[in-house]
Every structure is written in structure tokens, then in C-alpha cells.
Ligand binder design. Structure first.
Ligand code: GDP
Length: 495
């Protein structure tokens, strides 16, 4: 049918300077080619021609190897048989199954990390359907195929490994545990054939445990010799909730390729996030409707993301409000209306404020302080909910709303804020936050917020191990473009 023919009249702006392929039908996923029109105001970061070429090549790989293809069926058969060497030997398809978890922001930074690793290692990326809502939130990013891992119940081509979400640090298939048990070893020269030094077949898959604070052996993932070892594995399962990209930039064997893909290093999430994530039409409708009603036409949009990492976060915390107010005052981010009773003058009126938070209390106080009618909050969900696609849809829509802002104030530690700043390419003012595991201190930090060095997310649990020197090093000072984060002093980010 005519409507299935992809359009040829998409502009370079709609295609995000070539980041997006024009192969999709716009109506099926409006956000894909409409995203640009909500980000006119932003400084343009052009993707390199080399990155574009890599993306087009990777799309072909995803299509050639994806679910439903002969190579995929062969690889699944091999996985079922428990045998590590490509049985048919007909194709060179290798796979990375991404098992992401936690809230939506965590899952999105994890997905960007897995995708970049898949591109660097020429593997097809398949997403484990945590909560089964990836498909309910995002359109497919690769033309002519799916990035969703078929469920284990699928007839015939079903994925043979079940309960992927329950792999953890004690799983015997993990890189760390297989190294410790000597089931895997790096050997003097590395080995791309996936045979061990005695010519025996290695296991058909390796589980990469990169969540939370991985063990010493699991973190050997960040060593070149272990990367050489993993190269030949037909299947890798990667479990993470983190933004691993700064760690990939520290691997010498990836550095040259990454430098060609990203001549400007500090916009990796900005490019890959805009390439991969396209909210489905329902979520996009919520986003465009809210934007049209409250944010469109404003002279300046100021986004304030308030995230409270407290078990009883429904309770209003005065020091958190004071921190927000102190930050916006100190940095002069919000203008007062001349008088609350008078109609405001045009220049002040042009500023609108978008507050996102699970609670409505902060929004109400900011509205009382800065004036009715221009301070808005799309939702107040009360608490984080698990496995609720409409709750996640609202979170996604709000991350996109924040990304349209000109000025952004975010809460440190929060991947929700990282996604908003990354999509928008905005260097936020970050308010230091107290992590869940530390007792609260009901005082306002001094300073209440700091300007981020770059728009990149922070990797909260890096490896400090220098594989060549065989000792821990000061990872924030190894290369000039990887620094310790503003919000997480032991984490690293590209800046
Ligand atoms: P992080 O925990 O701050 O790193 O961010 P995540 O996105 O991983 O997890 C927090 C989850 O709580 C979100 O995905 C939402 O489900 C919910 N949430 C937190 N803050 C907000 C908010 O401001 N708006 C909405 N709609 N949901 C939120």
C-alpha cells in the first residue's frame, strides 16, 4: 500500500543531521521525525560522518541477524545445544542480550551503553523485555527487524534461556565466576575462535554482571585482554542499570574507534539516545499535548527535576525545597513577577517553569513563590511503581518535556535527570543529593547546585583497575576527557 512507502522529503533537521534513517513510515511512530521540531532552540551537535556510517552498517547487521532470520535460528539452536562453536558455520552473527532493570532512566542509560558496546563489537543487540513494557513505550529503532528478544515461550524460535532477570553475581555463567573457576581464561595471546588452549569448546554464552558494584573479576570486562576473550562468544548477556560508556572510553582497544565515531566526545548519550529512543504514539501524544498547552511559545523554558531518594519520599522535605529555591536564586534562574496581583510584564511572562517530581508539594511551593499560571507539573505519581506501563509512559513523556527546556535544574544521582539532559543536550545545574543508603541530612548543601561540566550521564560504579599496570589508579585523571562526576564523587563521566 502507498502509505507504507517511506517518505523521501524528510529534511536534514527531521533526520537529526543523518542520525536517523529515512526508512520508516512517519505515521507509525510520530516522535521519530517530530523530535527535532521541539528542540529548535538548542545548540546543534552534529554527528560525525563516521558515526552515521557505523549506524547504517549496524542497522544492516541487526536486520541480517535479528529474530526470524536463519542466522538467528542457528544461533539459538547452538545455544540450546550448549555448544560454543558455531555449528553450521554459515554466518558470523553474534549477539548481545541486554538485561536492564530498575526505573526507566536506569534502563535507558543501560540500553545506550549496551547499544554502543554492540556496535563496537559488531553484535546484534536484543533487549530482554523487563516488565514487558519496552515495546509499549518505544518504537523499533532498526528498520526491518526487532530489537526485542523473543520470549522463551515463542514457538520454534523461542529463546532457550529463561528468567534472565534473575542472573546475579553468583550465577556460574558470569565472566567473573567463570574466570575464577578457570572455565574461561585469557591465555597469552587471546583467542577469537572461542576454543580454549586445549581446543575445547567454550560455553555458548557469557553473562556479564555489571550491575550495582560488580566484583573485581566481573570488572575485568574493562580489560582489553578480556575483551579479546569475549570477542568469540556467540552470545553475551549483559545485566546493568548503569551508564557504562565512560568505562568503554577507558578501554585502549576501543579508543581509536570511539574517537572516530565521536570527535566531540561529550555528546555520546545525546546522539545515541536520540538515535535509539522514539516514544510510541500514545506517549508522544501526551508529550505534544502538554507541551502545546503549557510550554509552547514561552520565551524561556526552565525545567526543575526534583527526585528524593528517601524510602518515605512522599513526605515533603523542607530542606529539599530550600535547596531548589536557593539554587534558582543564587544562579538567578527564575524571575519574580513584578507583583502577584498585577498582570505581569511581557519579558517576565515569557518564562515558564516545568517541575517534575513524584510529589506535588514542591511544585505548589514554587508556584506560590513565583506566580500562578506559569509554573506547571504534569503529574505527581506519589511513588515509583513497578511494571506499570502507563506510569512509565508518564515518566518518559516528562523526560522529553524536560529535554525541551532552555535551562535545566536536576537532582544529582538521578538517571531520570541524566536522560532529560542528554536528550536535550543541556548542561544542567545539578543539585547534590543524598543517596538512598545514607541517612538524610536535613540541611541545604553549600553550594546548593553546581553547573554540569557536560551533558553526559555519570557512571556510578567504574572500575578503578588499570589492567596493564595491574593496580588501581585515579580513574578521573587517566585521560583528559574522563573526569570524576559533579554529583557522584567516585563516579566518572565524559566531559
Ligand atoms: P532514578 O531512580 O532517579 O535514577 O531514575 P529512574 O527513572 O531510573 O527511576 C525513577 C522512577 O520513578 C521513574 O522511572 C519513574 O517511574 C518514577 N519517577 C521519579 N521521578 C519522577 C517524576 O518526576 N515524574 C514521573 N512521572 N515519574 C517519576
Amino acid at each position: 500500500p502507498v502509505q507504507d512507502v517511506p517518505p523521501t522529503n524528510l529534511t536534514a533537521e527531521q533526520l537529526l543531521d543523518g542520525l536517523l534513517t529515512a526508512e520508516f513510515v512517519p505515521r507509525s511512530c510520530r516522535s521519530r521525525y517530530e523530535f527535532a521540531s521541539y528542540h529548535h532552540n538548542k545548540k546543534k551537535h552534529k554527528p560525525s560522518p563516521y558515526l552515521l556510517a557505523k549506524l547504517r552498517r549496524h542497522e544492516k547487521l541487526q536486520k541480517r541477524c535479528g529474530p526470524g532470520t536463519a542466522p538467528y535460528r542457528a544461533a539459538v539452536r547452538q545455544l540450546k545445544s550448549g555448544n560454543g562453536v558455531a555449528g553450521a558455520g554459515t554466518d558470523d552473527c553474534r549477539y548481545l542480550v541486554s538485561i536492564s532493570f530498575q526505573g526507566l532512566g536506569n534502563r535507558m542509560v543501560a540500553t545506550v551503553s549496551a547499544f554502543l558496546y554492540a556496535v563496537l563489537t559488531e553484535r546484534a543487540l536484543l533487549l530482554h523485555q523487563y516488565n514487558h513494557d519496552v515495546g509499549a513505550l518505544f518504537c523499533e529503532p532498526f528498520p526491518g527487524t526487532t530489537w526485542l528478544l523473543p520470549s522463551s515461550g515463542w514457538l520454534g524460535g523461542g529463546f532457550p534461556l529463561a528468567h534472565l532477570g534473575s542472573y546475579d553475581n553468583v550465577s556460574k555463567e558470569s565472566l567473573g565466576n567463570m574466570l575464577k573457576a578457570d572455565i574461561l581464561s585469557v591465555g597469552p595471546h587471546g583467542n577469537a575462535s572461542w576454543l580454549d588452549s586445549d581446543g575445547r569448546r567454550r560455553p555458548p554464552y557469557v553473562y556479564l554482571h555489571l550491575e550495582g558494584v560488580p566484583s573485581f573479576h566481573d570488572k575485568l570486562f574493562y580489560c582489553d585482554e578480556h575483551q579479546r576473550l569475549l570477542r568469540g562468544a556467540p552470545w553475551l548477556l549483559m545485566k546493568t542499570d548503569s551508564y557504562l560508556v565512560p568505562g568503554l572510553f577507558l578501554l585502549p582497544s576501543f579508543q581509536e574507534e570511539l574517537a572516530r565515531m565521536f570527535p566531540d566526545k561529550d555528546v555520546v548519550f545525546h546522539h545515541i539516545g536520540r538515535y535509539l529512543f522514539h516514544p510510541v504514539n500514545d506517549v508522544w501524544r501526551a508529550f505534544t499535548g502538554y507541551y502545546g498547552d503549557h510550554l509552547a511559545g514561552a520565551g524561556q523554558r526552565v525545567g526543575i527535576q526534583i527526585r528524593v531518594f528517601r524510602p518515605k519520599q512522599q513526605k515533603p522535605l523542607k530542606h529539599v525545597l530550600d535547596q531548589v529555591l536557593s539554587c534558582v536564586r543564587r544562579e538567578n534562574l527564575l524571575h519574580y513577577l513584578p507583583s502577584k496581583s498585577k498582570t505581569s510584564n511581557a519579558s517576565v511572562d515569557q518564562q515558564v517553569v516545568l517541575v517534575t517530581s513524584l510529589s506535588s508539594w514542591y511544585y505548589e511551593r514554587i508556584r506560590d513563590e513565583y506566580g500562578d499560571g506559569r509554573v506547571h507539573q504534569p503529574s505527581h505519581e506519589g511513588r515509583q511503581k513497578w511494571g506499570d506501563a502507563s506510569h512509565d509512559g508518564r515518566a518518559l513523556s516528562e523526560m522529553y518535556l524536560l529535554s525541551t527546556c532552555d535551562v535545566l535544574v536536576t537532582t544529582g544521582f538521578s538517571t531520570f535527570g541524566y536522560v532529560a539532559q542528554g536528550l536535550g543536550g543541556i548542561r544542567p545545574w545539578i543539585m547534590p543529593a543524598i543517596p538512598m543508603w545514607e541517612p538524610d541530612r536535613d540541611e541545604v548543601p553549600d553550594p546548593p547546585c553546581v553547573r554540569a561540566m557536560s551533558v553526559e550521564p555519570c557512571l556510578h560504579s567504574p572500575s578503578y583497575y588499570d589492567c596493564a599496570a595491574r593496580k588501581d589508579v585515579d580513574v578521573g585523571n587517566v585521560v583528559p576527557y574522563i573526569r570524576f562526576c559533579e554529583d557522584v564523587s567516585w563516579g566518572i563521566k565524559i566531559a
